[in-house]
Write a protein that binds this ligand. Structure first.
Ligand code: CTP
Length: 419
């Protein structure tokens, strides 16, 4: 009989106590229902690697929803059930648990969503992406912690290999090409040589992925600790070029990403700046192609458009003697993340100084007089009033007027000339 590996020690030391008791409870309740429940996927991989993984996936041979309903989590835990898909999600503090019914999958055509049927844990592991993600741990009370590893996941962890389970894996689901790169770079593994050949063979399959799924994969890469590593590898393999031929994961990008982290950006703001920097080499028309291809949401599209526009204006902005008002009107219509990305991207010290000047000072400067004040001075609403406000703004920015009184005098000087 083959030797069994038990991970109970790793579970107890690797996961929070409350989560461990919850997993034990899940195993007991499942057994009382005549079902089997398993911990699967990334959590098993990371337990074996000694990493904490708090997004837990549980697979039930039987009915996942029936199990989730019976569990009694803390009062502050939140259970969502998707009866149609036979899945449930439990959120409790810093951890979350997904329940799914064990299933087998078949793909009608590349990129299509799979046809799903109930199955065993073996079927469920066989439908997965890589051997290191295709392991399970039994939560049955009689064999709690027992590792199920039909595809040699442990060996591949030891060899530091990313390996698919079969040769049609990337054809079934080309997002796995991105996933292979992400795991390889995050874990400091290598895509195993046969898998690498399959990946290269199946690069043309990337066109079968929907825009939304490509965007998600890119977002996942950008949420990694060092996304430049994955983008470099994606560039070398021609995967990045399938998103847009002008994208590059080169040293220029790596230096900018490192700088973005150094200035203290984190979370979503950092991911937005990463995307903007990635798109920086694109000309205006190319940025539009990328926005359309990835179906970027409005805020991201705006950042990319503004950045492409700033890039077009870079020669004007390199002029060493711009007046404050010129700096202001070159920059003011661009959103803040685009300005930040531009500051990180540009090689020009002059441009960086102008952006700082704008961000620290110029964007807060307004004339003391407003439209109501001008009307009170007898100026009728209309283009002339607008023009006067603009001139006051310019004069304020350039220090030509420095007080309300200066502004009143300036208006008095200008108005008789214009009537
Ligand atoms: N999976 C898969 N093919 C995909 C996506 C996911 O086989 N295209 C399987 C893998 O077994 C994976 C599990 O579903 O481990 C969970 O997917 P996900 O949450 O995306 O990944 P994790 O492994 O949890 O890894 P991480 O969150 O650390 O990236």
């Amino acid at each position: 009989m083959a030797e069994t590996t038990n991970l109970v020690g790793k579970i107890v030391t690797g996961l929070p106590e409350a989560l461990v008791s919850f997993l034990r409870q899940a195993g007991e309740v499942a057994a009382s229902q005549g079902q089997h429940v398993y911990l699967v996927g990334g959590a098993v991989r990371d337990l074996l690697l000694g990493e904490t993984h708090l997004d837990i996936d549980l697979v039930v041979e039987g009915d996942a929803v029936a199990l989730a309903r019976e569990l009694k989590p803390d009062a502050d835990a939140w259970l969502t059930i998707h009866s149609r898909f036979g899945t449930a999600k439990l959120k409790a503090g810093e951890w979350s648990i997904d329940f799914a019914t064990a299933r087998s999958e078949t793909y009608a055509r590349p990129g299509a969503l799979p046809k799903v049927q109930p199955g065993t844990i073996q079927d469920d592991l066989f439908r997965r992406d890589f051997t290191i993600n295709a392991m399970a741990v039994s939560l049955d009370p009689s064999r709690f912690g027992e590792l199920i590893d039909p595809h040699g996941g442990m060996d591949d962890l030891a060899r530091k290999h990313i390996r698919t389970l079969h040769e049609k894996s990337f054809i079934d689901d080309a997002t796995r090409i991105w996933r292979a790169i992400r795991y390889e770079q995050r874990l400091d593994f290598r895509i195993e040589s046969v898998t690498l050949r399959l990946l290269q063979r199946d690069i043309p399959m990337l066109v079968t992925i929907s825009s939304d799924r490509v965007r998600h994969e890119l977002e996942f890469v950008l949420k990694e600790k060092y996304p430049e590593k994955g983008l470099k590898r994606a560039g070398e393999l021609g995967v990045l070029q399938a998103v847009h031929p002008s994208l590059k994961g080169d040293g220029w990008l790596a230096a900018r990403f490192a700088r973005a982290r150094q200035i203290g950006l984190t979370g979503d703001s950092l991911a937005r700046i990463y995307l903007a920097l990635l798109a920086y080499p694109l000309a205006v028309a190319e940025a539009e192609q990328l926005i359309a291809y990835l179906r970027l949401p409005g805020t991201l599209a705006r950042i990319l458009r503004d950045l492409a526009d700033l890039r077009e204006k870079r020669k004007e902005l390199e002029h060493p003697e711009l007046a404050n008002s010129e700096v202001f009107f070159l920059l003011y219509s661009h959103v803040l993340p685009a300005l930040l990305a531009f500051k990180l991207a540009t090689g020009s010290k002059m441009v960086r100084q102008y952006i700082d000047l704008y961000l620290d000072k110029l964007r807060y400067i307004r004339p003391a007089l407003n439209g109501d004040d001008l009307r009170a001075m007898g100026i009728a609403p209309g283009p002339r009033l607008k023009d006067l406000l603009h001139r006051l703004h310019v004069a304020r920015l350039d220090g030509v007027v420095t007080s309300r009184q200066d502004e009143v005098e300036m208006v008095r000087r200008l108005v008789p000339l214009q009537t």
